[in-house]
Design a binder for this molecule. Structure first.
Ligand code: BDP
Length: 435
């Protein structure tokens, strides 16, 4: 009928979006839904088809196939209407082009992905990842799938101007990838190989299992155009001798299963010691300068980052993504000059990283993914304050100061690099930095 917003039901449209006009809106809203009925329902005249509304507040007018069908006053309580005649009308229209049987639709997009010495190309054009790492995590819900949370997260990604995320550190629910396809968010799809740190993790048994997992991942996600690269692991002990053969095999196997996409793993090993890096298409490197290393020394970040990038590039001549960087930040902690754990420190650390990234952006650095999109729960350790607090949003999805900094940066990059002539298609897509 026109522009619409994605709106899971039940949920609060006041809370789910980032548009202030909806934050306090009270009044008429239009809710639209397309439903496919089983053929039998529409063909057998003895079957009554009843539309039941659980509740709609407070005055509702219901149209079915464009026909004003029912009005109801008063929220909270259910009401219903017999729509048998309406769905039969629709069937007649559909059968005029042939018999209709039960079906489901699978949207498939077409695009190409390629990697050069210094570029990541989507449809032949250089692409820069400006995005986040995520987790499937929220208060109470934990890892459980939740449409309301998912739509909120996508609204936040659009608000932020992000065009990409990595499914750290495991495959996410399929609905997440469906959303990425629709919203134009690019995905680095990661398998659950996190914590490969002991020599026995690189055994043949482990390797064979790893290959099977990659097959399963590719089989499930290969039809999502949003997926542009596979990540076979996060922060393995890739400097171990046995890691060389291991990653050669796992990466070669993944490429054989899907020859159309680049393959990587995310490293935190030293460039000179990493045995897996020769086999990846893109170097994805995590570093926590001024957090786990030289903590407190923000002034060293640019130097360290520059050295990191140059060392990796001169060794491998492959495009590089800064796949993690960040700082623990307790929302509401303020300190100036900045000290660790304050919102000011997170901002200052990001600023220094961005200066370092901008030095190499457009040369061979092809992306940056902040750690992390939102605070998330972990087991308790002396390094964690009720979980990991490196989110730019809190676990309740409210922005810390750094979120505004990142938003300005991502939209600036999006406006520099977005494809021209991309007309907005609907309200939910209109803000997508990718299309
Ligand atoms: C990185 C890991 C990530 C952690 C992060 C951190 O890849 O899973 O959450 O460190 O310590 O090394 O915050």
């Amino acid at each position: 009928s026109g522009p619409t917003l994605d709106m899971p039901v039940p949920s609060s449209f006041n809370d789910i979006g980032q548009d202030w006009r909806l934050r306090h809106f009270v009044g008429w809203v239009w809710y639209e839904r397309e439903v496919t009925l089983p053929e039998r329902w529409t063909q057998d005249p003895r079957i009554r088809v009843v539309l039941r509304i659980g509740s709609a507040h407070s005055y509702a007018i219901v149209w079915v196939n464009g026909i004003n069908t029912l009005e109801h006053e008063g929220g909270y309580l259910p009401f219903e209407v017999d729509i048998s005649s309406l769905v039969q009308v629709r069937l007649t229209a559909q059968t005029s082009v042939g018999p209709v049987s039960d079906f489901y639709t699978l949207p498939v997009g077409i695009r190409t992905v390629a990697v050069t010495e210094s570029q990541f190309l989507i449809n032949g054009k250089p692409f820069y990842f400006h995005g986040v790492n995520k987790h499937e995590d929220a208060d109470i819900r934990g890892k459980g799938f939740d449409w309301t949370l998912l739509v909120k997260d996508f609204n936040l990604l659009l608000w932020l101007g992000a065009n990409a995320f990595r499914t750290s550190h495991y495959p996410y629910a399929e609905e997440v990838l469906q959303m990425c396809d629709r919203y134009g968010i690019v995905v680095i799809d990661e398998c659950p190989a996190v914590g490969l740190v002991l020599p026995q993790h690189f055994s043949n048994m482990s390797m064979n299992h790893h290959m099977r997992v990659m097959e399963e991942l590719v089989r499930r996600d290969k039809n999502h155009p949003a997926v542009v690269m596979w990540s076979v692991a996060n922060e393995p002990a890739s400097s171990l001798e046995s890691a060389g053969y291991y990653f050669k095999m796992v990466i070669t196997h993944t490429k054989a299963v899907d020859p159309s996409r680049p393959v990587t793993f995310v490293t935190n090993s030293n460039y000179a010691a990493d045995k897996g890096a020769p086999y990846v298409d893109v170097i994805c490197v995590n570093s926590y300068y001024s957090w786990y290393h030289d903590y407190g020394h923000l002034e060293l970040i640019q130097l360290q980052l520059g050295t990191q990038f140059e060392n990796w590039y001169k060794t491998y001549h492959k495009p590089i993504i800064q796949s993690e960087y960040g700082a623990e930040t307790i929302v509401g902690f303020h300190q100036d000059p900045p000290l660790m754990f304050s919102e000011e420190y997170q901002k200052a650390l990001l600023e220094q990283y961005h200066l370092g990234l901008d030095e190499k952006r457009g040369k061979y650095v092809v992306g940056e993914l902040i750690w992390n999109f939102a605070d998330f729960m972990t087991n308790q350790t002396p390094q964690r304050v009720l979980g990991n607090k490196k989110g730019i949003f809190t676990r309740q999805r409210q922005p810390k100061a750094a979120a505004f900094l990142l938003r300005e940066r991502y939209w600036k990059i999006a406006n520099e690099t977005r494809y021209p002539h991309s007309a907005a298609r609907s309200q939910c897509l209109e803000n997508s930095p990718l299309i």
